[in-house]
Design a protein around this ligand. Structure first.
Ligand code: AMP
Length: 187
């Protein structure tokens, strides 16, 4: 199966993806991690990406679509993908549909982790201390939230009409949330 975990920054997408990966033997695809790798490895696009991320803006669709392509066509990972942080725009959602169709795959489950803005701010401030991410300070958090509302909300509307869409209250405890998700995936 292929799964999308969707939600605002700080919703717990990565945390939940990790839990599911272990239980269901899947591969986590985090575009945030893929982009941070480009920065770390100082690739030709790494410097531009670093500027974009640190301002709280989005990387271009071209860049992330290209990074995702390699993963979707990887035979080892076929029908075992959990997307965390992708798609984040309608263009990316359509690109994902196209890539999956072209490789005889589809999205089987979409989970939306619904979390309120004040909870997000608290969580990201905590993560800042633990992970030392350059984009986890208050101004940037608010910017990322705004960008999410503007760009990513239409993607939510796109998926919420589909049958395999599940909204989960992402404001609770990590294990409670993951057991709800696992229950749905186990049916
Ligand atoms: P994340 O680790 O998912 O919170 O992503 C960190 C940052 O990477 C975001 O704030 C964006 O700047 C960038 N990013 C991650 N995924 C995407 C995406 N699908 N499209 C555009 N930018 C992205």
């Amino acid at each position: 199966m292929n799964v999308i975990i969707f939600g605002p920054p700080g919703a717990g997408k990565g945390t939940q993806a990790l839990k599911i990966v272990k239980t269901f033997d899947l591969f986590q695809v985090s575009t945030g991690d893929l982009l941070r790798n480009e920065v770390k490895n100082q690739t030709s696009i790494g410097k531009d990406i670093e500027n974009i991320i640190s301002k709280g803006d989005f990387a271009t669709d071209e860049i992330v679509n290209e990074l995702i392509k390699n993963v979707v066509f990887d035979e080892k990972k076929k029908n075992k993908l959990i997307f965390d942080g992708y798609p984040r725009s309608l263009n990316q959602a359509k690109n994902l549909d196209f890539l999956l169709n072209s490789s005889n795959q589809k999205i089987d489950y979409v989970f939306f982790l619904n979390v309120q803005k004040d909870t997000i701010i608290k969580r990201i401030e905590k993560r800042k201390i633990l992970e030392k991410r350059s984009d986890d300070n208050l101004d940037i958090i608010l910017k990322r939230y705004e960008t999410y509302m503007e760009t990513t909300k239409p993607v939510l509307e796109f998926y919420s009409k589909k049958e395999n869409y599940y909204e989960i209250d992402g404001g609770g405890k990590i294990d409670e949330i993951s057991s709800k998700i696992k229950q749905i995936l186990s049916v």
